[in-house]
Ligand binder design. Structure first.
Ligand code: UDP
Length: 329
């Protein structure tokens, strides 16, 4: 297959490119390098079946060549993170919603055989039911979650109206090598690994008893692959590990001191995917245990050598607009 991975130089996208190449496919990665990094695909650049395109899903002109003759489209390009989405909602809308519309229209015009969208479990907000099934209410708590869900609605609507072979995967807390090391205050693994490297205490939010459905990146790639190969259309699937782990358990596995920082508004105490649907329909389930995943991260901890080292004071500054906008007045 000729596969296009939008966001191919990002964390998950780069792993997906790697996997598709291993499976013998021709891979085109498209990225605007805003959060994706050339370094993430440096090891693929000389592969005869790999091409890296610099382009932006907001700019149709840059999409013409990468979409030509494409068969599988994996749409992972997008903006993540809570705080910048609260601060720049317009940019999030342009990239995550309008950008997704552009990707859909190019896939449609080029008669792609399959489009798989990277959706987010954050769209469930603070769920009432655990494990959380796909039909749970959608309750986005901030513009990132809202715009990712709007992208999913476009993807599924296009499947209905234009009979496009589209699927959406709602990913739960993906972690693994090459998860972001620079930039804004973000996902817990990058924060904690940099703290560990610098012998700083882990900044545990609240009492650390909150839990997340941490899903290892190669498992997530396998879900994308299973989705591409399936014959289902117009469906959304949860992609989760099958369990959930507390932040205290993560600290226990990493080892080291703790400092506590305030609980944030809009954060669920637990995320935990009901994965029965994806298991039944795509025959997919996660393979990598949390212990194995954390061990893999520790084995490449040097990758976080240049990552920002967060402390309670810098986190308080970085998350000020989070508390301001999402907190109760
Ligand atoms: N977390 C933490 N300390 C940090 C950053 C995050 O204890 O410095 C916790 C956070 O409260 C949440 C979990 O780690 O319970 C996962 O946070 P992340 O931002 O990675 O994902 P999300 O909150 O979007 O699920």
């Amino acid at each position: 297959m000729i596969a296009l991975v939008t966001g191919g130089a990002g964390f998950i996208g780069s792993h997906l490119c790697e996997m598709l190449l291993e499976q013998g496919h021709t891979v085109r990665a498209l990225d605007n390098f805003s959060t994706g990094r050339r370094a993430n695909v440096a090891h693929l650049i000389n592969h005869p079946k790999f091409t890296l395109y610099e382009g932006d899903i907001r700019d149709p002109e840059t999409l013409v060549t990468p979409f030509q003759g494409v068969e599988w489209v994996f749409h992972l390009a997008g903006l993540a993170d809570i705080v910048p989405s609260v601060e720049n909602p317009t940019t999030y809308f342009e990239v995550n919603v309008h950008g997704t519309l552009n990707v859909l229209e190019f896939a449609r015009r080029n008669q792609a055989k399959r489009l798989v969208y990277a959706a987010s479990s954050s769209s469930y907000g603070i769920p009432e039911l655990y494990p959380t099934p796909e039909e749970s209410p959608i309750q986005p708590q901030y513009p990132y979650a809202l715009t990712k869900y709007m992208g999913e609605e476009l993807v599924l609507h296009w499947a209905n109206v234009y009979k496009m072979p589209n699927l959406s995967l709602r990913m739960f807390n993906v972690y693994g090598p090459r998860s972001r090391t620079t930039g804004a205050y973000g996902a817990v693994f990058g924060v904690f690994l940099a703290q560990r490297l610098n012998n700083k205490p882990y900044t545990v939010v609240g009492d650390g008893q909150q839990s997340r459905d941490f899903t290892y990146v190669t498992d997530v790639c396998a879900a994308f692959y299973a989705a591409a190969q399936s014959t289902w259309v117009g469906e959304a699937f949860n992609v989760g590990s099958g369990g959930h782990q507390t932040i205290n358990r993560l600290v226990e596995l990493l080892g080291g001191e703790i400092t506590y920082i305030p609980k944030r508004p809009g954060e669920p105490d637990c995320t935990f995917a009901d994965t029965r649907k994806i298991h039944a329909k795509l025959n997919w389930q996660a393979q990598v245990s949390f212990e194995q995943g954390v061990a893999n991260m520790l084995a490449c901890i040097d990758d976080w050598r240049d990552a920002p080292v967060w402390e309670p004071a810098s986190i308080a500054t970085a998350t000020a607009s989070w508390f301001k906008h999402l907190g109760t007045p």
